[in-house]
Every structure is written in structure tokens, then in C-alpha cells.
Design a binder for this molecule. Structure first.
Ligand SMILES: Nc1ncnc2c1ncn2[C@@H]1O[C@H](COP(=O)(O)OP(=O)(O)OP(=O)(O)O)[C@@H](O)[C@H]1O
Ligand SMILES: [Mg+2]
Length: 591
């Protein structure tokens, strides 16, 4: 996953904000940390008891100790098991809550991000942020914290215990420290390097799968199987190699740690049996305790080697997520609230250049759509029709010029109240994976009665096929409406717009997928709806726009002609040429 940090956040700030995320659970955190401390203390206490265990039970056979030792051992491990339970429960609780919190914040943000944000990034990236990246944050805040505290304290406790037992021998073992230090640095560097690459590759695996699943028809028809299989092989191969590298690094460090343990033990044996140690009173029990401590320290040290890189990874993930959380949402600075607008839309010298585009999509559009009128936008593909329509709900802001509604710039209205005025059928119909009824009564329309939904579906000529479905309007449409035909999807979208019954209606190729008869039926319903509404209709099939109050011909972002159907035909310009072309095609088809 590339760091498309929408905003950069510093390390210190990231730490502070992560801590802030924990603040709602501060008591859980405190109890969990106490349990972690108890865990480490128990380990140290047990190591301490090893000396009397050997010396008093086996060497001097002290009856008092023989009675108490089993009780002491069980007590230590009883306390420790409670501590371990609390520690696991607490860190899972905190970790999961942090993940949920992060996911909720990011999702919430996605709901309010400007359209340009969705143009800029692949959906794979946006999805993996919620599924994968937020998990990394949880790992850093809990798993790594757990290791850092428990293992860190265990090491400190056990080293202290060793020093107390025999500082001389312990210091002799310090010769091992530099080599372990070198190992730790090497391993954590290597981890960090591998991990950044793994994050990246995971994102790409998601991307490839998503594309293939989404475009499975194209893959089949255009014979893309080999290409996609190769592409997938490449990314999964990289994942495999990287994961093997991780395992190899792990194995290497385990092997090294074991070797170090063996050397340490050999050193203890060597020094402990030197004559100069004899009068320093190292008993058999003391020796065993040192041995135990060494055994306890090494696995902890090994885990500690991974902590730093995990925390680094979590920080990087958190930084990316905070970048999204801080990114500006859709501008919504307007304060004007309207119940019902008149529907007077005016474009004043509007220019639009998309971010990153070299040429302008709209160049100086001035257009008046009086209340209750129908304006048709026609023109070649790519001439800017959809772009012009998308300015009305403020999906995009004009680069210059302004759009007014009832005499006020669109930016003066609150987004919510502006968008409540608009019913929209987009060029690409988007249905939600739910029932037909829920799709028609979507969002703010959710309270609509079944009768109203059916009436809308009827008007959109959708009931004709909905009736045939096993569960009627309660049939599910599949992901993206995959269970319906293109024309059926369009009719559901039209029904949704009809149900909304808003003063402004935008139809971007709303009936393009329908046969002439269905289209005519919907046109009837639409023309009933269009009464008293300001309608912007985009169509390639000119027969559907003949009755518009004004027809606007766009070309390369300019308005090149405008007028009624009759006027434009009489003028004999682009519209007339286009119309005759289509008319001739229709005539040929009919013949
Ligand atoms: N989100 C976007 N980001 C960048 N450029 C865009 C975007 N949407 C459209 N464009 C570009 O703007 C120009 C106008 O596109 P637009 O979608 O408005 O055309 P259109 O008239 O609706 O065409 P069609 O009839 O094919 O739907 C095109 O050159 C297109 O490449
Ligand atoms: Mg378009």
C-alpha cells in the first residue's frame, strides 16, 4: 500500500493520537498493564525459588521447606495464570476496540470525502485501509505493547535476580550482550524492510483479485486468463518469497539465540567450576537459578527483537489512517437551508478542469434553466454533458464561474439541503446489494410506504418485471444489481428518482438501455413528473428530447447551439445533422 498520505502527520503526533485513542479504555489499560507487571514479577519470583528448591529440598532436606515449597510454587503460578488471563483479555479488548474505532472513523470519512478523492485512488487501496491497515495499528498498540512490557520487565527482573545471585558470573555473561545487540539490530532492520514491501504487495494482491472478480466477463471474452494468472502469480510469488524471508529471519534468530544460550551455559559452567568461585558461595541451587534465569531471558529477548519493527509498522499504518482522518471532507460551508426550491438553475461562465487533466472539460458555459423547464443536453461523447450535470449536486466545484440555484450560489446552501432538492439518475446505474424495495426507497427515502414504492416502480415501468420475480419488490438484486438486466437496473434507478419527487430532476442517459417501447412508457411517466420541475436530461437518442423547452448542444466543453427542436432543425446546424443521421438510421431500421 503506498502511503498516499493525504496529510502528513509527525511521529510524535501519531503517538499522542494513538494514546488518545486508548483514553476511553484507560482503566482497562491500567488493569492490563498491572496484570502484565504481575506476570513478569511471578516469573522472577519463580526463578528466585529455584535456589531454595535445590539447596533446601535436595541438599539439606529442610522439613519446613519440604512442606511449603509445593504451596509456594502453585501459588506463584496461580497468580500468574490470573495475570495472564487478564492480560490477554484486556489487550484483546483494547486492541479490538481500537480497530473498530479506526475502521468506523475511516468509513465515516469515506462517506463524506469529495468525489475527487474517489477519482484519485483505487478502490483496492481504500478497502485495504479498512481491512488490513487498521489491523496493523491494533497489533502495534496491543501485541507489541504486551511484549514490550511483559518481556521487557521479565528481562529486567531476571537480570536483577542473576546479579543478586552472582554478580561476577552475570558480568562474565555480559560479553554476550554485544553480539545479541548486533543480532537485534540486524533482525529488526531486516523485518522493517520486508514489512514495508509486504504491505505494498498485500495491497496489490487485493487489487488484482478485485479487478478479476469485477471484470470476469471481460477476462473470459477477451481471453485475459493467462495474463491475469501471470499477474496474480507474480504478486503471490512475491508474497510467498517475502514470507519465507520473514520465516528465515525468524529461524536464523532462533538458531542464533539457542546457540547464544548454549554458549552462555557453557560460560556459566566454566566460570562456576573455576577455583576462584569456590569461596564465593555459589551453591548448586544458585547455579540452577542462574540457569533458569538464562532460560527465561532468551525467549523474551527474542520476542523483543521484533517489537521495534512491529511498532514501526503500526506507526506507519496509523500515520496513513490519521492522514485520511485529517483529510478535508466535502466543502459544506453554506448556511442557507431550503425546504423546497423553485428550481431556477443558472450557470454563469462555468469552467471546469478536472484535477490532473490537461484540457478543460467545460469552457465558459452560460445557461439558464428556468423553474419547471426541461433542458436537454446533447453532443458527442466526451463533450462535457455529464460534467455539467455533476456540478448541480456539487460533485465537483467549477474551476471558475458559478452555478446558482434560485439566485444564490450553490455553495451558499448546506450540502444536505441542496442535495435534497435533486433527484438523479446517473449514467452508470448503481444499485445496492439489497432488495428492490430498499433500492427504490434508499437513504432519506427509507420510510416510504410499500404503496408509494410500488407506485414509483409502476411509473418507472418496473413493476412489469418485478411482478415476475419470486419475492416481488422484496427480491434481492445481487451485488451492484448483477441479478437484473441493464434496462431493469435503469428502471429501478428511475423509480428511485420518481419516489424522491424532488424539484430538480437530472437524467443522465437514464433510459439509454431500454427498448423503444419501454422508453416511451417511462417517458410518459417522466413527462408527468417533469411538470413543475426543472429537468436536465442528457440523451444520445434525440427522439427522447424533442419536447424539451431548450436543447443545448455541447462540443468540447462549449455550447455550440441552443434552441428548441424546431428552431435547431430550421437552423440546419450540428443538431439538425445529428437528428437527420439518427432519423435516417431509424428509417432504415424500420424499412
Ligand atoms: N472524473 C473525471 N476526472 C477526470 N476527467 C474526467 C472525469 N470525468 C470526465 N472527465 C473528462 O471530461 C471530459 C468530459 O466528460 P463527460 O463525462 O462530461 O462527457 P459526456 O459528454 O458525458 O460523455 P458521454 O456522452 O460519453 O457520457 C472527457 O474528456 C473526460 O475524459
Ligand atoms: Mg456522460
Amino acid at each position: 500500500m503506498s502511503r498516499t498520505a493525504v496529510g502528513e502527520v509527525s511521529d510524535a503526533t501519531t503517538y499522542r493520537r494513538l494514546l488518545a485513542l486508548l483514553s476511553p479504555f484507560r482503566w482497562v489499560v491500567v488493569v492490563t498493564i498491572l496484570a502484565m507487571v504481575a506476570d513478569a514479577v511471578c516469573m522472577t519470583l519463580f526463578a528466585k525459588e529455584v535456589k531454595p528448591l535445590v539447596d533446601k529440598l535436595f541438599v539439606s532436606r529442610d522439613p519446613h521447606m519440604i512442606f511449603w515449597m509445593p504451596i509456594i510454587i502453585v501459588s506463584i503460578f496461580f497468580v500468574r495464570s490470573i495475570a495472564v488471563y487478564i492480560e490477554s483479555y484486556g489487550s484483546a479488548y483494547v486492541g479490538r476496540s481500537v480497530v473498530q474505532d479506526m475502521r468506523r472513523r475511516i468509513f465515516d470519512k469515506y462517506l463524506r470525502m469529495p468525489t475527487t478523492f474517489f477519482d484519485r485512488e483505487s478502490s483496492g487501496q481504500q478497502i485495504s485501509r479498512i481491512t488490513y491497515t487498521s489491523e496493523q495499528v491494533a497489533q502495534a498498540t496491543t501485541d507489541s505493547a504486551k511484549i514490550a512490557i511483559v518481556d521487557g520487565l521479565t528481562v529486567v527482573g531476571l537480570v536483577a535476580m542473576m546479579l543478586w545471585t552472582s554478580w561476577l558470573l552475570t558480568l562474565a555473561l555480559l560479553v554476550m550482550v554485544p553480539s545479541i545487540g548486533i543480532l537485534v539490530t540486524y533482525v529488526s532492520r531486516r523485518y522493517r524492510r520486508i514489512n514495508t514491501t509486504i504491505q505494498d504487495v498485500v495491497g496489490r494482491v487485493t487489487g488484482v483479485v478485485e479487478e478479476v472478480v469485477g471484470a470476469h466477463r471481460e477476462v473470459k471474452v477477451f481471453g485475459g486468463q493467462d495474463y491475469e494468472a501471470k499477474r496474480f502469480d507474480d504478486v503471490t510469488d512475491r508474497t510467498r518469497k517475502l514470507n519465507i524471508k520473514v520465516a528465515a529471519t525468524n529461524g536464523l534468530s532462533t538458531a542464533f539465540v539457542q546457540l547464544a544460550a548454549a554458549i552462555a551455559l557453557a560460560l556459566i559452567v566454566f566460570f562456576a567450576t573455576r577455583p576462584f568461585m569456590a569461596h564465593r558461595g555459589l551453591t548448586a541451587g544458585g547455579f540452577m537459578r542462574l540457569f533458569m534465569c538464562m532460560g527465561g531471558i532468551l525467549p523474551s529477548l527474542k520476542r523483543l527483537t521484533t517489537v521495534q519493527s512491529n511498532i514501526q509498522r503500526g506507526l506507519a499504518a496509523a500515520q496513513e489512517l490519521f492522514g485520511i482522518i485529517d483529510a478535508p471532507v466535502e466543502r459544506d460551508e453554506g448556511t442557507r437551508v431550503i425546504e423546497l426550491c423553485r428550481g431556477d438553475i443558472e450557470f454563469r461562465d462555468v469552467h471546469l478542469t478536472y484535477a490532473g487533466a490537461s484540457t478543460a472539460a467545460l469552457r465558459g458555459i452560460s445557461l439558464d434553466c428556468p423553474p419547471g423547464s426541461i433542458t436537454a443536453l446533447v453532443g458527442r461523447s466526451g463533450s462535457g454533458k455529464s460534467s455539467l450535470a455533476s456540478l448541480i449536486p456539487r460533485f465537483y466545484e467549477p474551476t471558475s464561474g458559478e452555478v446558482l440555484l434560485d439566485g444564490h450560489p450553490l455553495g451558499d446552501y448546506t450540502l444536505r439541503s441542496l442535495r435534497a432538492q435533486i433527484a438523479w439518475v446517473g449514467q452508470d446505474v448503481v444499485l445496492f446489494d439489497d432488495t428492490i424495495a430498499k433500492n427504490i426507497a434508499y437513504g432519506a427515502l427509507a420510510g416510504a410506504s410499500e404503496a408509494a414504492i410500488t407506485a414509483a416502480a409502476e411509473a418507472a415501468n418496473a413493476m412489469e418485471f418485478v411482478r415476475e420475480l419470486p419475492a416481488g419488490i422484496h427480491s434481492r438484486v445481487g451485488e451492484g444489481g448483477a441479478l437484473l438486466s441493464g434496462g431493469q437496473r435503469q428502471r429501478i434507478a428511475v423509480a428511485r428518482a420518481l419516489l424522491k419527487n424532488a424539484p430538480i430532476l437530472v437524467l443522465d442517459e437514464a433510459t439509454s438501455a431500454l427498448d423503444t417501447e419501454s422508453e416511451r412508457l417511462i417517458q410518459d411517466a417522466l413527462s408527468r413528473l417533469m411538470k413543475n420541475r426543472t429537468t436536465l436530461v442528457i440523451a444520445h437518442r434525440l427522439s427522447t428530447v424533442e419536447h424539451a423547452d431548450q436543447i443545448v448542444v455541447l462540443d468540447q466543453g462549449h455550447i455550440v447551439e441552443r434552441g428548441t427542436h424546431v428552431e435547431l432543425l430550421a437552423r440546419g446546424g450540428k443538431y439538425a445533422a445529428l437528428y437527420h443521421l439518427q432519423f435516417r438510421d431509424a428509417a432504415t431500421a424500420a424499412a
